[in-house]
Design a protein around this ligand. Structure first.
Ligand code: ADP
Ligand code: MG
Length: 159
């Protein structure tokens, strides 16, 4: 499924809509270049999960935990430079824990990712500075397919 947004607020709103549909243990892989809007989308997710804290781009911290019910685990894998750093992160505790995990730059940790996840790719559009195309793909298992279906329904009714 593809959805276009025309400004950061719309991307955040979309994140918020998805946030309201998530279940404990859900994993979101968020792809896109620098400045695509991955963190913006995750800020919306936090809102949708009822998390008051502001989600920022962690510069040196790879994992940020935001308490909530469920909590949000924001992983920004951008700074990972060596594969040897990855086991130290304790990723399984997040993936198989009771929170929602949202990962920026998941391609940095491909081999460590579970098969089942929601993939979200954010693309910039040439010559349209504030436009983005978000592509949602359910990976594996039926859970994410039904999540996608629910999001599609929300998006088509405009909330
Ligand atoms: P990333 O985490 O992918 O590096 P950020 O979310 O930190 O990206 O930044 C995205 C930047 O792009 C912000 O400066 C935001 O204001 C801008 N922007 C412009 N249009 C959009 C849009 N439609 N959706 C999201 N961000 C947008
Ligand atoms: Mg970011």
């Amino acid at each position: 499924m593809q959805i276009e947004t025309n400004n950061p607020q719309q991307t955040k709103e979309l994140g918020r809509a998805l946030g309201g549909l998530l279940q404990k243990g859900n994993l979101l892989l968020i792809n896109g270049t620098l400045g695509a809007g991955k963190t913006t989308f995750i800020q919306g997710l936090a809102l949708g999960l009822g998390i008051g804290a502001t989600v920022t781009s962690p510069t040196f911290t790879i994992i940020h935990e935001y308490p909530g019910n469920p909590p949000l685990y924001h992983i920004d894998a951008y700074r990972i430079e060596r594969e040897t750093e990855i086991p130290e992160l304790g990723l399984e505790e997040y993936f198989y824990g009771d929170g929602i995990t949202a990962i920026e730059w998941p391609e940095k940790i491909t081999a460590w990712l579970p098969e089942e996840a929601m993939e979200i790719k954010i693309d910039k559009v040439m010559n349209q500075q504030d436009k983005r195309v978000l592509t949602f793909t359910a990976r594996g298992k039926k859970d994410y397919r039904s999540l996608l279906k629910e999001l599609k329904r929300l998006a088509s009714t405009g909330d």
